[in-house]
Design a protein around this ligand. Structure first.
Ligand code: SAM
Length: 925
């Protein structure tokens, strides 16, 4: 269960009549305990309570108190030996009127009316295994509001099924945005009287809900009627108290769906929430999920946290503004200049969702401006930072609505904070009627029209902003000129599973620039658009991105195009884990990349696993995110250094029917001679690491008829044929013609093979490559080299090689994906003499022999993240000594030095290969 779902469940529980007998179980259920767990507790099998309550080990001890005895019961729970023995984290006592609880780790307590305990749901979240509790607690209001609005949204769709259809979706979204505005406005003084909106609906609509929609429609009409037109509009007296709001939000038809009794009661309960506590950045991200059937399940729990947003915005623009502020000290003129500079800054998020990056950028800039006003002795001065300088493009209708609303709320909150409520209220209404969040596809829109470089665009005051045709979306920036900062967290989407629409978006941006665009992730297109935009106007951009655009084959496709457009990496936050609160979502590994044609400083930023951040200023950042040149490494079909060819193993495509474990072999019932003829050891990358070899049927074409006479083998061959015939791939169907053998197979080597697994964990200090005996079939999840010459193994097993693989190969989750085209064929190696090869052979042999002494330990055991056995480590050190001396005559100091050197050598070798023509970009694109 995610936090929103728990809030919903807890709220529902508090609304039920209190049942002391059932309460402990209902409570545990609300926090995600499964039915079977509850059953066992009820039956007493797992209930460890010694005072007649319910005690769940490692979790909570609950007791229902007799009336008025809650505090004493809580004390008994705390003192109970069973509580300590079962390592309970919480104790909770209630009599159905009061509820008290204590977090036994932190000593924090709550004491509240029973009906109010859902307000403290964040307190209990560790019970549901939600550990990012602080983040959730900080946004407790946003979670509650999202949960309630979600219930209302679903109920309204139930009451008005036609509003769920595509044609009415915009109406529904717009209606919800209006409601949210009204709830906020009635709690913050914008509607003069506290609770005016909810109270009016409560009083003027019938309890049976039959005219609720009429009442709300009338109120919306009032908010769309200018003071001068009110008499003509003949508004009822109870609606006249509502101010003119419009700003596009209330223009057009009032459009309100019908309310059932339940919907009306949900509506009233939402109005009772403390809306002043809204965080427009977090709330926006959560609430947008409500309108999206696919996302509704996660209810915005994947929202981007403020610290993560700042990882983009700080190095992009805020650090610079803050350092200018610091440097200005109390110098009035410098402060004034900074104030003016900020008034002309535009922030543009071309995948803005609900506008969280824009909201945070706005709030942070307002904070700096407020500090300037303080230092200049002008506290409370009107802000010069125009909200409309914070632009966005968003594909989804509701998110775009919410983005604009979130910015409006942020502006109001900043005005209250820095100028006082009175001034904030005086200038808030009517809302500005300009459209600065464009709904549309960022990859088909011209960013220069959305965010024009000069003030010559069409000034548009739309009547219904969100229906405004896109080609008219241009409006002037206030305080024109200035700098533009493009930022955001665009969709990533690797090549797998890209929809046709996504593919055509990528093609639209890249196909005129490169014919290799099909290997690019979706996010790459945002970088290209930003680079293109920067050729027309001064700008810098930073996006959160997938690590894969800085690894593997994408590098050589994307980065030269960005460099050609005049862009360089201004900063890079190297790979880090981007966790979120969505259920079943372990988060993703991302990088943050800032590009610019202007930047003088280049910052390489790293987040360690413990959250600490370190930073280096470097002369240049390579697209592999290390200090280095703009060199890119291209995939090659032959080794740049003349190394022996490395081939991929054999691909069975057999539905598992040609592969055998020892039971399968027994079941085949072959004679010893038949086994010798048709069975071979079979090793894949993982099996090599885990020391878990299997066998396979390996039947020569010439012996196919003979093999098919053996019924057990024939049966397997038939299954392979059927499996291949059922495939959707034409090449696999074709392979049904040779069902006795692997789909793709290489000649079997009778001599040993060097075997390199394709996938290997990043936690290992070396690649777990090894030697397999002659006659072994290696699967297609490993690469092979003839093992007759052993010296190449010294290179493969070196630390230097791992540094290379880590940089140029793709990483998938916590694994490297080795490829011969990049890792081996592009590996730069200095010319090797016979003596050098002999030294390398010996050091590789020493590693293999040292491994042998640990038999039957597997490579997984020997190369565990905890470290290698001491003598094996010594053998690797000796090997590294031999290999690294080839490059620089000594050991490298660290992996960064290794990689810098390798990239430099690669660059020289490429230049030499291409006849010395232009060094930098000659990498075979
Ligand atoms: C990963 S979300 C980021 C949103 C927000 N900044 C956040 O952190 O939650 C990406 C957003 O891009 C939007 N999007 C996807 N494709 C788009 C496109 N082609 N043009 C504009 N927006 C797009 C999605 O609807 C989504 O809101």
């Amino acid at each position: 269960m995610n936090a929103v779902e728990i809030e919903e469940a807890v709220t529902e529980l508090a609304e039920l009549p209190f049942d002391g007998e059932r309460f402990p179980y209902q409570f545990l259920e609300a926090f995600g305990n499964k039915e079977a767990t509850i059953k066992r507790l009820r039956a007493g099998a797992t209930n460890r309570s010694d005072i007649g309550g319910v005690l769940q080990t490692n979790n909570i001890h609950i007791a229902v108190a007799s009336s008025g005895d809650v505090s004493a019961t809580l004390a008994r729970l705390k003192a109970s030996p069973a509580t300590t023995k079962a390592k309970a984290k919480f104790v909770l006592a209630t009599d159905g009127t009061m509820l008290e609880a204590e977090d036994l780790d932190s000593g924090e307590t709550i004491s509240c009316d029973y009906a109010d305990f859902p307000n403290h749901f964040g307190f209990f979240l560790p019970l549901a295994g939600i550990t990012t509790v602080k983040q959730v607690r900080d946004s407790a209001f946003d979670i509650r509001a999202t949960s309630r609005l979600n219930r209302l949204y679903l109920q309204l769709l139930k009451d008005n099924p036609e509003w769920g259809a595509a044609e009415r979706r915009h109406d529904m979204n717009h209606f919800m945005a209006r409601l949210i505005f009204c709830f906020f406005a009635e709690h913050t003084g914008i509607f003069n009287d506290a609770g005016l909106f909810t109270n009016t609906v409560d009083q003027m609509s019938a309890k049976d809900s039959s005219n609720t929609h009429d009442v709300i429609e009338t109120l919306f009409r009032a908010m769309n009627t200018k003071p001068t037109e009110r008499i003509a509009e003949a508004l009822p007296r109870w609606a006249v108290a509502f101010p003119y709001v419009n700003g596009g939000l209330f223009s057009g038809l009032p459009n309100v769906p019908l309310f059932s009794r339940i919907a009306r009661s949900y509506f009233l309960s939402i109005g009772a929430l403390p809306w002043t506590k809204i965080n427009p950045d977090i709330f926006g991200s959560m609430i947008q999920a409500v309108a999206d059937a696919e996302e509704r399940e996660s209810l915005g729990m994947h929202y981007t946290s403020v610290p993560n947003i700042l990882k983009v915005l700080d190095p992009l623009l805020l650090d610079d503004l803050r350092s200018q502020l610091k440097e200005a000290e109390a110098n009035s003129r410098k402060l004034f200049n900074l104030r003016n500079r900020m008034a002309r800054i535009r922030v543009f998020d071309p995948a803005c969702g609900s506008g969280n990056f824009l909201v945070i950028a706005y709030k942070e800039m307002r904070a700096i401006e407020a500090e300037i006003d303080q230092r200049r002795g002008e506290p409370g001065r009107a802000s010069a930072i125009p909200l409309t300088n914070f632009r966005g493009i968003e594909l989804r209708d509701f998110a775009a609505e919410i983005a604009r609303l979130a910015l409006i709320i942020a502006e109001f909150q900043c005005d209250v904070l820095y100028r006082g409520k009175q001034l904030a209220l005086a200038e808030f209404l009517p809302l500005d009627a300009q459209n600065w969040i464009t709904r549309g596809n960022a990859l088909s829109l011209d960013w220069l029209t959305i965010c024009p470089p000069t003030g010559t665009g069409v000034r548009l005051r739309a009547d219904d902003l969100f229906s405004t045709p896109l080609d008219q979306a241009q409006i002037d920036f206030e305080n024109e000129g200035g700098e533009t900062y493009i930022c955001g967290n665009p969709p990533y989407q690797g090549t797998r599973g890209q929809s046709d629409a996504v593919k055509s978006d990528i093609g639209r941006v890249f196909s005129s620039r490169t014919d290799k665009w099909k290997i690019l992730d979706y996010v790459a297109a945002w970088f290209m658009k930003a680079a293109e935009y920067a050729t027309a106007t001064e700008s810098a951009a930073a996006f959160v991105a997938t690590t894969s655009i800085c690894q593997g084959e994408q590098v050589a496709v994307l980065w030269p195009l960005l460099f050609e457009a005049g862009q360089k990496l201004a900063f890079a936050h190297t790979a880090f884990h981007w966790a979120n609160l969505a259920r079943g979502n372990a988060g993703v590994t991302v990088v943050i990349l800032g590009i610019s044609s202007q930047s003088r400083t280049r910052r390489l930023i790293r987040s360690a696993a413990d959250g600490s951040v370190s930073e280096m200023q470097v002369p240049n950042i390579s697209p592999y995110l290390v200090p280095g040149s703009d060199m890119v490494v291209a995939a090659r079909s032959v080794s740049i250094a003349g190394l022996p060819p490395m081939a991929r193993g054999n691909s069975p495509t057999d539905g598992g029917h040609l592969l055998l474990d020892s039971n399968d072999i027994e079941a085949l019932g072959l004679t010893a001679e038949q086994e010798r003829e048709f069975l071979r050891p079979f090793v894949g990358g993982q099996a090599l690491i885990d020391g878990n070899p299997r066998f396979c049927l390996w039947i020569d074409d010439k012996a196919a008829d003979h093999a098919a006479q053996i019924p057990s083998i024939r049966d397997r061959i038939d299954r392979v044929r059927r499996f291949r015939l059922e495939s959707k791939k034409a090449s696999t169907v074709k392979a049904a013609r040779w069902p006795h053998r692997f789909d793709e197979r290489k000649p079997l080597s009778e001599t040993p093979l060097i075997c390199v697994p394709i996938t290997t964990s990043q936690s290992r200090a070396y690649l777990p490559a090894g030697l397999v005996p002659g006659g072994t079939v290696v699967s297609n999840n490993a690469f092979t080299l003839p093992g007759r010459v052993l010296w190449p193994l010294a290179l493969i097993l070196s630390r230097l090689n791992l540094a290379w693989v880590a940089a140029v190969c793709v990483r998938k989750r916590m694994d490297y994906r080795y490829t011969n085209r990049l890792a081996w064929n592009a590996l730069p190696v200095p010319p090797l003499t016979g003596k050098m090869k002999e030294d390398m052979k010996r050091s590789a042999e020493l590693i293999l022999m040292t491994r042998e002494t640990y038999f039957p330990a597997t490579l997984a055991d020997l190369y565990s993240p905890r470290g290698l056995p001491r003598d094996l480590q010594a053998a690797h050190d000796a090997n590294d000594e031999v290999v690294e001396r080839l490059y620089i005559g000594r050991r490298f100091k660290n992996d960064s030095e290794r990689l810098e050197h390798l990239l430099g050598l690669y660059s020289k070798m490429i230049v030499r290969k291409s006849g010395g023509e232009s060094g930098k970009m000659a990498a075979e694109r």
